[in-house]
Ligand binder design. Structure first.
Ligand SMILES: Cc1cc2nc3c(=O)[nH]c(=O)nc-3n(C[C@H](O)[C@H](O)[C@H](O)COP(=O)(O)O)c2cc1C
Length: 326
């Protein structure tokens, strides 16, 4: 058993988090994560309305009585997003843990605080962590350059970014995110000062994840080199799977005068969700994945994976760490 401030604060059994994942973080997966003793987040983003988010929360409660949260991603989007309505749905449905990402949740914090909702803010730099803490977030989740999705524009790997963040925001607890895939990651992150780890890519390759089997198999097959960074020139960098579509986007964006309009048809989230996640054509659109795929070799159940990660971390801390210091 690994006890940290994260397990204490959120009443979970192991310091392992599954962050919000658009097109992936639906109720059955989040409930499986909760039932396995970890902390999962429903992703508000892919609900078309606050009512749909309400239904998703309800669906998750029917599948677990353990704690889970909702992710609110505050990023520029091709389509407008009803953030205030989502916030209301989160509060009124009694959710007590929120993961925010993108810009600092300044305008949402007073309402969350008043409702006793704890906010984990996920960001990609020390300076943004410090600023979010000043605004009053409860926990920082720091995403290194390895991560799936939005690694920011600084390109700092987690081995430096994590302890730098821990030092800068102490005593606020920090979650290590990006490139975390097994018990070695968890043990190492704890040694670097984290109170837990956040994983996205690892949870995609699990039985309960409702994406097409081809995508899970592709994650197992891919190495750590099989991701690409798109939208760098737009300062909205995304780490995605290397495939026919992402290679085309990167090629177009070698010309810095190109705008989102030049790639909109290629990068549209709905295209990736339909063709790739839904139909299993892994070259059919953009899909998000991290360098951690190079460490993923199986497609276990969520419970098996969470248990294996926890046990391996315990062994690392009990056996390897002790043997090294004699
Ligand atoms: C398919 C996919 C979709 C994601 N969508 C979101 C999202 O909507 N909001 C968010 O905050 N993070 C999103 N993420 C990032 C994860 O929550 C997490 O921070 C990241 O995956 C950690 O890096 P890792 O994949 O190396 O574990 C997504 C990740 C993946 C793999």
């Amino acid at each position: 058993m690994i006890k940290t401030r994260l397990t204490e604060m959120f009443g979970v059994e192991t310091p392992l988090v599954m962050g919000g994942m658009t097109g992936v973080g639906y109720a059955p997966l989040v409930a499986a994560v909760a039932n396995a003793g970890a902390l999962g987040f429903i992703t508000a983003h892919h609900s078309k309305s606050a009512e749909e988010l309400w239904d998703e929360i309800k669906r998750c409660r029917e599948l677990t009585d353990k704690p889970f949260g909702v992710n609110l991603t505050l990023l520029p989007s091709l389509n407008p997003i009803p953030y205030d309505e989502y916030r209301q749905a989160i509060i009124e449905s009694g959710i007590k843990i929120v993961e925010t990402a993108g810009r600092a949740p300044v305008d949402h914090l007073p309402a969350f605080k008043a409702a006793g909702v704890k906010v984990i803010h996920k960001c990609t730099s020390v300076r943004h962590s410090v600023s979010a803490v000043k605004h009053g977030v409860d926990v920082i989740s720091i995403d290194g350059f390895e991560c799936a999705g939005h690694p920011g524009e600084d390109d700092v790997g987690l081995v430096v970014l994590l302890p730098a963040t821990v030092d800068a925001v102490s005593p606020i607890p920090v979650i290590a995110s990006g490139g975390m895939a097994d018990g070695r990651s968890l043990a190492a992150a704890l040694m670097l000062g984290a109170d837990g780890v956040n994983m996205g890519t690892r949870f995609m390759a699990t039985q309960e994840c409702a994406i097409h089997e081809n995508v899970k198999r592709k994650i197992v097959e891919n190495t750590e080199r099989d991701t690409l960074l798109t939208n760098r020139t737009l300062r909205n960098t995304s780490r995605v799977a290397r495939n026919a579509v992402s290679e085309e986007v990167v090629k177009i964006q070698q010309d810095p005068t190109k705008t989102i309009e030049d790639v909109r048809h290629l990068v549209a989230g709905v295209r990736g969700r339909t063709n790739v996640m839904g139909q299993g054509d892994t070259d059919g659109g953009i899909w998000t994945v991290g360098q951690a795929q190079g460490l993923i070799h199986d497609i276990p159940t969520v419970a098996e994976m969470v248990r294996a990660v926890t046990r391996q971390a315990e062994e690392m801390l009990n056996v390897r760490a002790r043997s090294l210091v004699g």
